[in-house]
Design a protein around this ligand. Structure first.
Ligand code: ATP
Length: 241
């Protein structure tokens, strides 16, 4: 469903962020993207979601295709329309708007009123806490609740592929575990996921395939079982020796 081939991305003239990345995500897959700070994980997601230009980045070579359609020249709204929806790093909810208003804003991208109603039901079932807090301003929610709202808002447009950028960032271990369970549930309901994470323990628990990015290149790729068995992943990402 998503295929990335020899993707090269730059910011301006001097910064080359991706040096030829290849990856595939199947319709029923969860792909974890691991890597340290600056490895290019967010750049990869920005390229797929079409937001790269907002960050002054550009694709210098390679291609990104979704169901065979090239994405690199499409704007973010068109990409959402194809069913590819991103949740950027840092839980960017509309802080002054209520939870309800945030969810409605996400529903603008829905393909039909029926689809919007189905998405709302799904969000209410996945995140009962959001219904309880429907009238509260999003900025007053806890970090974990804001992350749930950011994911819920993305689900409102009925994605077939969800792109999550570090959903565990800054959250307590219990909440990270809960978010991990929710990602699995979203996947079991039929939505594919690309999960960018520095929290390798969580990501490898949730995903079925994973890649490790190192300075803009894929250093390792395989099933999560293969990566967990790798000495390098154990040493660098799972705290083994
Ligand atoms: P982090 O976890 O810190 O977000 P990352 O793996 O997501 O790291 P990217 O944010 O994709 O990495 O950054 C990849 C490289 O591109 C880094 O060298 C970074 O400094 C550079 N970079 C990222 N955004 C920009 C930008 N808007 N302008 C210039 N350089 C950038």
């Amino acid at each position: 469903m998503l295929s990335v081939r020899d993707l090269q991305v730059r910011y301006g003239r001097s910064v080359a962020a991706l040096h030829g990345v290849d990856l595939d995500v199947s319709p029923d897959g969860v792909l974890a993207v691991l890597g340290s700070n600056g490895a290019g994980k967010s750049t990869l997601l920005r390229t797929v979601s079409g937001t790269l230009r907002m960050h002054r980045g550009s694709v210098s070579a390679g291609e990104v295709r979704y169901d065979g359609k090239p994405l690199t020249k499409l704007d973010p709204a068109r990409i959402v329309g194809l069913g590819v929806v991103g949740v950027p790093e840092g839980r960017q909810v509309f802080a002054r708007m209520t939870v309800e208003e945030n969810l409605r804003a996400g529903g603008i991208g829905a393909r039909s009123p029926e689809q919007r109603a189905a998405a709302r039901k799904r969000v209410d079932e996945l995140f009962p806490v959001l219904s309880e807090r429907a009238k509260q301003r999003a900025g007053l929610l806890s970090g974990g609740e804001q992350q749930m709202l950011a994911i819920g808002r993305a689900l409102m447009s009925g994605p077939r592929l969800l792109l999550l950028d570090e959903p565990s960032l800054g959250l307590a271990p219990k909440i990270v575990e809960r978010i991990g369970d929710i990602i699995r549930e979203i996947h079991e309901q039929g939505t594919a996921v690309v999960l960018v994470e520095q929290n390798a323990v969580m990501a490898l628990r949730v995903a079925d395939h994973a890649i490790v990015l190192e300075v803009g290149r894929v250093a390792l790729a395989g099933t999560t079982a293969e990566l967990v068995a790798s000495e390098e992943v154990q040493r660098l990402y799972l705290g083994g020796h």
